[in-house]
Design a protein around this ligand. Structure first.
Ligand SMILES: *[C@@H]1O[C@H](CO)[C@@H](O)[C@H](O)[C@H]1NC(C)=O
Ligand SMILES: *[C@@H]1O[C@H](CO)[C@@H](O)[C@H](O)[C@H]1NC(C)=O
Length: 314
């Protein structure tokens, strides 16, 4: 306890002694990607503290206190990290979603624990700009149970492309940072046109997926309510990685309800009402046609054509 207090004090007052500085990990990512800066700590000790800082001024982005309490500080640097940061309380890893070129720079995690002292992990994140506004959009798809659904990539697959489809059952948050941790349900290798399909967790896609070899479009034949959720498309090509998101909603087929008295007698009334309407309309329109005929006869300009229009049955 005394040692850990000492170490906290040392780090708090900027002391460098006892701080093990690891090598700098260089990460090259594309704009729009989600990035996880991994502390490589399996299980955070109960007494560990982690402080994530960014940039030349070492602005504090996130903290993990006593191995459980996390706090995110998104107000720094004109809120340029607003809505983008996530701190994993298990590992202390920091995720930045939908990264932009402006987020390039040095990220440092300072990890303090009573057993291992203080150590640092430094990441040099280099974001290459190919901002893809489509990646921000979330396409909504609605289907009824039993119908097929095809999710389009909008591309023609090239030789160097790798197409990945991933699925997350919760449609509340279709965020990319979750996508790195889930296995793909469908893959297409551009070079060999080899596809691989996976039935997913609990085999929910068993026997109902297919992948178009030219476009990478994913089809779910016979959609069930269990297929509702977020579908993430990742297109890796030699010009970078692109992402697309689809929010698929599947409406359950409703069982026909037992017929009520009105539902049985209703159609009879309806048919009677329609027939009455038809008769009345017929009488009225006949009257009008005759009136027109009289008018045309009177003016003696009636042609065969206009007569045909007036009496289509003839
Ligand atoms: C970032 O990556 C680009 C493209 O790979 C490279 O040209 C550039 O030199 C890198 N910059 C830094 C600071 O590493
Ligand atoms: C996905 O669609 C469902 C149903 O319309 C909606 O409740 C849910 O909030 C949507 N998810 C996102 C992330 O927009």
């Amino acid at each position: 306890m005394r040692i850990s207090l000492f170490l906290i004090l040392v780090s708090a007052f900027g002391g460098v002694s006892g701080v093990v500085t690891g090598e700098v990990k260089v990460m090259s990512v594309m704009e729009g990607d989600s990035v996880t800066l991994n502390t490589c700590v399996r299980d955070i000790q109960k007494d560990s503290n982690i402080v994530w800082t960014y940039g030349p001024e070492n602005d504090v982005l996130a903290k993990l206190n006593k191995g459980s309490q996390t706090s995110i500080n998104e107000d720094v640097l004109d809120e340029m990290f607003r809505g983008r940061l996530k701190l994993d309380p298990q590992t202390g890893s920091l995720s930045i979603k939908n990264i932009r070129t402006g987020h390039s720079g040095l990220y440092t995690a300072e990890i303090t624990s009573s057993k291992e002292g203080t150590s640092k992990r430094v990441f040099n994140v280099n974001v290459t700009g190919v901002f893809d506004p489509e990646a921000d959009k979330l396409k909504s798809v609605w289907k009824n149970e039993g119908e097929p659904v095809t999710l389009n990539t909008g591309v023609t697959v090239k030789r160097d492309d790798l197409i990945l489809w991933k699925f997350g059952q919760s449609s509340k948050h279709c965020v990319y940072d979750a996508v790195h941790n889930i296995p793909a349900i469908a893959k297409l290798y551009g070079e060999t046109r080899e596809t691989s399909l996976d039935a997913g967790e609990d085999q929910i896609f068993s026997g109902c997926l297919s992948l178009n070899e030219q476009t990478g479009d994913l089809t779910i034949r016979n959609t069930q309510t269990k297929h509702a959720g977020c579908y993430f498309l990742q297109i890796n090509s030699n010009t970078g990685t692109r992402f697309r998101r689809f929010n698929v909603t599947v409406s359950a087929r409703t069982e026909p309800a037992p017929r009520t008295h009105w539902e049985v007698t209703g159609p009879v009334f309806l048919v009677a009402a329609i027939m009455l309407g038809v008769i009345v309309m017929g009488l009225l329109s006949k009257k009008r046609v005759f009136k027109h005929c009289r008018k045309y006869k009177d003016s003696e300009t009636t042609t065969q054509e206009s007569l045909d229009v007036l009496n289509p049955s003839s």
